[in-house]
Design a protein around this ligand. Structure first.
Ligand SMILES: [Fe+2]
Length: 243
């Protein structure tokens, strides 16, 4: 499996607190059946002021440790970018990290606030698409406005977004309402990728194996697509062209 969303780089956001924990998280991912993980620290202005260069430095350092420990997990890096008005500026400076490409567009892991859908997100999405950037919306199943008003999910779909569901949502990690909405999205085959969004070993562990079982039990082909094929296409690890 290919895990496109993780907070494993130690000490640069609210994910892994230490190198030792990060290495254990890498091992935990392998135990879950993950072979490749994209390190996606938060870029959240005023909270986690990471940049392409700070993430790159943290990534190279961590990657060396993973190799030294012979943990069989390949790594790459990008970021989980919180919606904000500087995204176009960062892009023009070449400071917007991408997960990879999909249908010829650079894929941006885009995070909304948990409480609501930010005003003007449609303008941002249009700008991104016009600039050859494909927004992949992180964990829509945990957005409280979407949970309360499901039809707004269809509105986001129509804007041209892709969606990343969180593995833990399918195994009760975020409570009943999130689980219920996640299963509604599953019934509609409405997300494109499932990722762990792991932050630590216990509270937010790597739930990929457990979630894969749940989803494969429901629809084996869709599980393959969302855990392996589509994330593999985005990271160029699966040599198959997207439709
Ligand atoms: Fe995240």
């Amino acid at each position: 499996m290919i895990d496109l969303h993780s907070h494993i780089l130690p000490g640069i956001d609210d994910g892994a607190r230490t190198l030792d924990i990060a290495l254990e998280m890498a091992q935990q991912a392998v135990t879950c059946g993950v072979s490749h993980m994209v390190c996606t620290p938060h870029i959240h202005r005023g909270y986690f002021d990471n940049s392409q260069s700070s993430i790159e430095a943290a990534f190279h350092s961590f990657n060396k440790h993973v190799k030294r420990e012979s943990i069989p997990l390949s790594l790459s890096f990008a970021a989980e970018v919180r919606v904000n008005e500087l995204i176009p500026v960062w892009h023009k400076k070449g400071e917007l990290p991408f997960l990879g490409t999909y249908n010829g567009k650079n894929v941006l892991l885009l995070e909304m606030p948990h409480s609501h859908i930010p005003q003007g997100i449609d303008v941002l999405i249009k700008w991104l698409l016009r600039n050859n950037i494909q927004p992949l919306i992180a964990h829509p199943e945990r957005n409280r406005e979407l949970i309360a008003e499901n039809y707004k999910f269809n509105w986001l779909q129509r804007q041209g977004c892709l969606f990343q569901a969180t593995a833990g949502a399918f195994v009760g990690r975020f409570g009943d309402k999130v689980e219920e909405f996640a299963f509604r999205l599953l019934e509609e085959r409405a997300f494109h990728v499932v990722a762990s969004d792991t932050h630590d070993l216990v509270r937010r562990p790597n739930d990929m194996e457990a979630a894969y079982e749940v989803i494969a039990n429901f629809d084996y082909k869709y599980a393959q697509e969302t855990f392996i094929v589509t994330p593999g296409i985005i990271t160029a690890l699966v040599q198959k062209h997207a439709d």
